[in-house]
Write a protein that binds this ligand. Sequence first.
Ligand code: MV4
Length: 456
Amino acid sequence: MFNKVLIANRGEIALRVIRACRELGLQTVAVYSEADRDSLHVRFADDDVCIGPPPSRDSYLNIPRLIAAAEITGADAIHPGYGFLAENAEFAETCAASNVVFIGPTAAQIRVMGDKAAARNAMAAAGVPIIPGSPGPVDDADEALTLAREIGFPVIIKAAAGGGGKGMRVARDPEDFGRSFQLARSEALSAFGNGEVYVEKYLARPRHVEFQILGDTHGTVIHLGERDCSVQRRHQKLIEEAPSPAVDRELRARMGEAAVRGASSIGYTGAGTIEMLLDTDGSFYFMEMNTRIQVEHPVTEMLTGVDLVKEQIRVAAGERLSVRGLPAPRGHVIECRVNAEDPARNFQPCPGKIAVFHPPGGPGVRLDTHVYAGYTVPPYYDSLLAKLICEGRTREEALRRMQIALESFIIEGIPTTIPFLARVMANPRFMAGEVDTKFLEREPELMKEPVPAAVA
Ligand code: MV4
């Protein structure tokens, strides 16, 4: 087992990893930019290193500085968290070359899953259902149109180097195709420096259902059930829940078996997530594989009782998984991401000083946050303030606890998405579990602050 772990991240996930390290009796090293000097992850770590000015490229994304921080503090492992360098194969390789263990999968596994077309092919080879589409990238418009006709319209054109919804264009019919194809290619080229695109059958109202995977270096690969992440805005997940209202035991077994088969086919080690699209007819298809711990990992932790971050650390140290399979499900879990954004102003980020902070609590309530009264949210990084997770014996109980927790969650000094989240939790379609990836598109009034009732 390691002696000292450097957390190459900030915010709530840095605190989360520090907690897991402390439970395992490991020393911790925090790295921080000048903007994060007063952050709690610096305060709670055993050691800390300032790695540069606020811009991420000069701090949290700066590989030489992170490796140097590990060397001067004697860290023998690095946990990348999520975002930043968590899925950067070069970082994983540089750690290995510097004799620092990268807590995550191998660079090769990161690389293959980072190329969306290569990932599709790897999954297809493992017999995982993939969305009907082109066998690989297509660069000729006429060839692509012929493929689209074979697949059947509507089709979606996706960037091979893309992901997270960037560089995607839907073509409704042959007349629409040429323009959509060229637009997707030019967007992919400008966004990723790689204009390669591929064509898929377009699913009109899919759910985003993802399976949590754990693999160790002794050949064991398991899944820990699914999370339904369909409530998204511009491909940013806002609300996640488990189990999915649309997945029953039989479907869970089939999807889970496919997810494990896909991960096993590349000998996956560590924590990972197989993202799938679940169509309205119950058919499911591989979408992407994330080779990191995800923001929404607490949903699975609260449903299964498995500490995913401790599992990551144990696996990286060569130990076996401490869980052998999916524990008997217990109840229901919902997570809301609380962001420093203003729903009334198109969710624009609102950094600034938090004047008042009162966290919710009570049975079944977990809050993962790094903020506190007096903390100043910096403008340089993502706007996540906290993850509020509520569990219950039933979905109704988890939902009720979430509604009450949101009402008692006080943050003053900056706008937050709490009022918006409270509206979603009271929305009849959400309460009925009738959501898919277009849910927010169909409920535009959720984005608007209700006009205060006229004073009589
Ligand atoms: C799709 C799709 C429908 N059909 N692919 C969005 C981001 C990236 N992960 C892939 N995405 C989609 N791919 C086919 N063939 C719809 C989406 C999609 C989506 C997927 C999951 C969660 C939210 C979404 C929002 C818009 C579109």
